[in-house]
Design a protein around this ligand. Structure first.
Ligand code: GLN
Length: 379
């Protein structure tokens, strides 16, 4: 019998809950994707790029105009210059960027520190390449616990994975967290993988504390971004990664043999669309209004929301309603009340016993959110 390389891995919770939602005609606040259309101008740009004949392989690291536009955006937002030729690569979404960065750098026996709850691709990706995921947890209120992370560092630590804004927690890392991370990595050759796919979804007028702002961190980091999250097009599977030249050279050795290059017309369209900063400047307030609408609605329910500082996810505690385990509860409310959400335990190596949290995605039209709230108030 063939021995699985990933014996603990089943189907992702996102696919499981989306299927259940579909079977029961439930409102799907589970898997993270918007239910509203993309900007017509962006769609028109894709169409135009196809009409203009941009339909063959793109250059391996990405269409030059897009890499230049990405570097310009990073410069505009964070005041940092990445070289579009050697330090920017366009990927088939954030997950591919993470897979490729880990594949290019993690050797069998290397330890990779993962902070739980963690996005579900991190640990299996590390394991697939023979790495050893070392799990630590976020601290109280789902905040980064620098002491716990520092205590997990050993001479075998190859990489630390961080994520801000955080999926599924909805919290963000701030300047002080970045300083602590810089301090714990100083003097080591530990790499940093920073998942910043929700970079534009930071609320309360706070700045996104991107790793690229911190020279000590940037020089050892792969920083991962997503177009799907910013432009409401998760199905396009388009993202990019920034890294210093030497690290990016290793990344590209693997990238060329995994996807080689990604969707050409979409790259041309994004290059043109990125030129206008207005196309992403309004994203934080757009989602902050949705968060507030959802929160206000939820206040009439028996769910207790946790702080949501960023991302389009909000955690809510249901211990006032039930003490069922989270997966069972999420499945039951999908079937009985017609709202799907994501249980939190799949994001943990060892789920904290007794934790009763669901993750709700509020990247939905106001009408969808209102309908969902009505149902959630019945639970
Ligand atoms: N990133 C999305 C989420 O967190 C899911 C993407 C996927 O289904 N793989 O819900």
């Amino acid at each position: 019998m063939f021995q699985s390389k990933l014996p603990r891995v089943g189907t992702t919770i996102f696919a499981v809950m989306s299927k259940l939602a579909q079977e029961h005609g439930a409102i799907n606040l589970g898997q993270g994707f918007p239910d509203f259309p993309i900007d017509e101008r962006l769609a028109a740009l894709v169409h135009a790029a196809m009409g203009a004949g941009h339909n063959q392989y793109a250059p391996m690291p990405g269409v030059p105009a897009l890499r230049t536009a990405i570097a310009a955006k990073v410069q505009r937002l964070y005041g940092i210059g990445y070289d579009p030729d050697t330090e920017v690569t366009v990927t088939a979404g954030g997950t591919q960027a993470i897979f490729t960065a880990v594949g290019a750098t993690v050797r069998p026996g290397d330890e990779v520190i993962i902070v739980d709850p963690a996005y579900d691709c991190y640990a299996p990706t590390v394991a697939l390449f023979g790495g050893i995921p070392v799990h630590v947890r976020l601290g109280p209120d789902m905040r980064f616990d620098a002491a716990a992370v520092a205590a997990a560092i050993t001479p075998r630590t190859r990489m630390l994975m961080i994520n801000t804004p955080h999926n599924p927690a909805g919290t963000i890392l701030r300047e002080a967290d970045m300083q602590r991370i810089a301090a714990m990595l100083r003097g080591t050759d530990i790499l940093l993988l920073s998942d910043e796919v929700y970079e534009h979804l930071v609320f309360g007028n706070e700045a996104h504390a991107s790793v690229v702002r911190y020279p000590e961190l940037r020089e050892r980091a792969f920083v991962v971004f997503s177009f799907g999250k910013v432009f409401h097009a998760t199905g396009w599977k388009m993202g990019y990664v920034l890294a210093p030249r030497e690290l990016m050279a290793e990344f590209r050795k693997v990238h060329q043999f995994t996807v080689f290059s990604v969707n050409t017309p979409v790259q041309h369209a994004l290059a043109a669309y990125l030129d206008d900063a207005a196309h992403y400047a309004a994203v934080p307030s757009f989602y902050e209004r949705k968060r507030d609408r959802f929160l206000e609605g939820l206040s009439a329910s028996r769910f207790t929301p946790l702080a949501c500082e960023g991302s389009y996810f909000l955690l809510a505690d249901y211990s006032a309603i039930s003490d069922e385990p989270d997966l069972a509860f999420a499945q039951r409310i999908t079937r009985e009340f017609g709202v799907a959400a994501i249980p939190l335990s799949p994001f943990y190596h060892d789920p904290p016993p007794g934790q009763r949290l669901l993750r709700f995605c509020f990247a939905k039209s106001d009408a969808t959110l209102d309908q969902a709230i009505e149902k959630l108030c019945l639970i």
